[in-house]
Design a protein around this ligand. Sequence first.
Ligand code: PLP
Length: 392
Amino acid sequence: MTALPDRRGFFGEFGGRFVPETLMAALNEFESAYRRLRRDREFRRELDDVLSDFVGRPTPLTEARKFAEVCGVGRLFLKREDLNHTGAHKINNAVGQALIAKRMGKTRIIAETGAGQHGVATATACALLGLQCVVYMGEVDMARQELNVFRMRLLGAEVVPVSSGSRTLKDAINEAIRDWVTNVRTTHYIIGSVLGPHPYPMVVRDFQSVIGREALLQLRKKVNRLPDAGVACVGGGSNAIGLFHEMVKHPSIRLIGVEAGGRGPGPGDHAARFSGGALGVLHGTRSMVLQDEFGQIAETHSISAGLDYPSIGPEHAYLQSIGRIEYHDCNDGLALEAFHRLSEMEGIIPALESSHALGWLMRNPMPNAVVVVNLSGRGDKDVPQVAAHESR
Ligand SMILES: *Cc1c(COP(=O)(O)O)cnc(C)c1O
């Protein structure tokens, strides 16, 4: 099961490479560089050094005793990706891909970003490694996420406003692909989640799987056994796959992905791809996509920008189809409740994304179980939004 994707980049019927002909050579180049470098001792040492000395790994595994009691969970451990440099798991992948780009002789990096988190992580990796960085961002998102735009510029990145379409993430992705087609010789495109054409879902998964490897080792030291369950929020799916990848092969571990239930189950009110989506192709990969009866991409809503995407990584679609991972959703209100409870009871302000995993747990007791939740990021970025929401 962990040998997937197959040679053509498929996880069962999901995944693949649905891109213009002009990008095939670049994807092949990236894939062969990655396959070579992941076995290269010097490359792995360089990556390990950056992860420990710059990113701050390993991240702690913190037991949340009071919150566990509120949830009715035996013992609850939080994998503290919030303590990474830049405040979330995204940096694990950004530094990995930037290191590969450098080894491929690329001098320029492009990325797109919705909420700005992936843009900040990429700009940070580029500053560290001396790479030119261009980030595409919809004008609407730029207005909503001013502070992250300023952060990226502080880090030396150029932020390019995208004014086409709905002026949000999907339009920024189209612009980034257009740039890549034009500048593919000098440029690497860093995708921020387990999405996009092969080999991205595999590469991003592998860079994020450090999360689950560390968590299992840390848990063995603390309780000397495997967990009974792993829980993570799912936007594109990179923090969830990062936690689950090492756990999938242990059938005794129940794996739960939590999607954004938003305001409710109506069209446009959520980003729950498994309850509302259908098979489709978006941004180069075949997966579950929220769409209308004509295949037009549907609007989505979530209180957390990082979960607000109409598709989901193809490996998730596959693992759901074979019944290995369960997917549930958590609505805006419950995520907010969890955001408050964890802050008050444990002294940890979680990202609104991670709060969805915690919110689901609050309604689904697992007495006597040892549970690991991936705390994908810190909530500092969300404080102004929560404050505004609550003063309404
Ligand atoms: C971007 C983000 C997510 C969602 O992305 P995944 O690829 O699904 O992990 C979740 N949590 C935080 C803190 C994020 O920044």
